[in-house]
Ligand binder design. Structure first.
Ligand code: NAP
Ligand code: GLV
Length: 307
């Protein structure tokens, strides 16, 4: 019998265990406790190192999120495949979150909301859509969906990734060689890169200064992509018009962090694309069943690449 162990910090386990048992009736699915017997597969989110130290036989580690940066920092059983969530209901959430942030900036909705609170009836000159290019960093499962959603609002959309792609309506820039061109051609910057040694601190004074004047930053990937002080400085100097941030170096964001007090920054608590339980269980169960039949599955992380 296949044994599955569940160890997801900060997640109510009961509905996950019930869902996994219903989707994989032939498997034994248990909540991990220190000292329990080794399993074949693990379903995890932010597990302690002790979990992996006690699970030497794992064949697969299923992360209930898209990003695996925290997981790859642990010592993992070398034979185990690390499998991340692919979409599982997150792509449409990310598309709606980023679209609203772009549109909020494009249509000056923040300013209109402040005016309404003050009882002012004021018009502002509309911006030119053709001068409002949005650059999406990372054109994977989430970035590609976001880029395509933005094309429906007829914004000029640029995309940047490591390998070349063909996405309808998206001007594509590839690799380090075209990164500066990508930035110079973008006014709004959306970050949907994985956090890897190559991408840590990638949103910094040098890169953000290359955005067009009035630039706007939307970080929905990981807090460690962004150098916080550099963003604040570029907002203060008015090179950037503001930012929407969903992710932070330390979460929850500490009360004393200056982001809370910068009116041109809109904050949300890492909620732009939530893990949806039913979709995630269905995806993980399908993959475990496929592995059991000896089939290949998608979503296996390349640890050397970091995503
Ligand atoms: P993905 O499918 O693995 O896509 C990653 C994309 O980034 C790919 O297009 C990849 O290029 C590109 N990339 C990676 N390293 C690069 C580099 N050095 N230079 C240029 N491009 C690079 O990942 P995903 O599922 O879209 O998720 C992206 C990230 O979103 C996750 O890692 C996670 O951190 C974050 N996330 C956040 C939330 C939230 O609620 N805030 C929710 C889910 C995910 P290639 O296509 O050429 O490989
Ligand atoms: C959330 O941040 C995820 O990586 O799924």
């Amino acid at each position: 019998m296949i044994k599955i162990t569940f160890c997801c910090t900060g997640t109510e386990p009961a509905p996950w265990l019930a869902g996994l048992r219903a989707a994989l009736p032939q498997a034994q699915v248990e909540l991990w406790q220190p000292g329990t017997t080794p399993a074949d597969y693990a379903v995890v989110w932010a597990p302690p190192q002790q979990f992996f130290d006690e699970q030497p036989k794992l064949k697969g580690i299923f992360n209930i999120g898209a990003g695996v940066d925290a997981l790859l920092r642990l010592r993992l059983p070398p034979q185990a495949a690390v499998v991340r969530l692919e979409d599982a209901g997150m792509a449409v959430q990310m598309a709606e979150y980023v679209s609203q942030a772009v549109i909020r900036n494009f249509r000056d909705l923040e300013t209109y909301a402040a005016d309404a609170r003050a009882g002012h009836w004021t018009y502002y000159k509309p911006r030119q859509r053709n001068e409002f290019s949005v650059g999406v960093m990372g054109l994977g499962v989430l970035g590609a969906r976001v880029a395509q959603a933005l094309t429906h609002f007829e914004f000029p959309v640029n995309g940047w990734s490591r390998s070349s792609k063909a996405l309808g309506g998206v001007r594509h820039f590839v690799g380090a060689a075209q990164f500066h061109d990508f930035l110079a051609n973008s006014r709004v910057l959306v970050n949907l890169l994985p956090l890897t040694p190559e991408t840590v601190n990638i949103l910094n004074r040098d890169t953000l200064s290359r955005l067009q004047p009035g630039g706007y930053v939307i970080n929905v990937a990981r807090g460690a992509h962004l150098v916080d002080e550099d963003l604040l400085e570029l907002i203060k100097s008015c090179h950037l018009s503001g930012a929407t941030l969903d992710v932070f170096r330390t979460e929850p964001l500490r009360p004393e962090h200056p982001f809370w007090r910068e009116p041109k920054i809109t904050l949300t608590p890492h909620t732009s694309a939530r893990t949806l339980r039913a979709d995630s269980i269905a995806q993980i169960a399908d993959k475990i069943a496929a592995l059991g039949r000896g089939e290949k599955i998608a979503g296996i992380v390349d640890a050397a690449r970091g995503y």
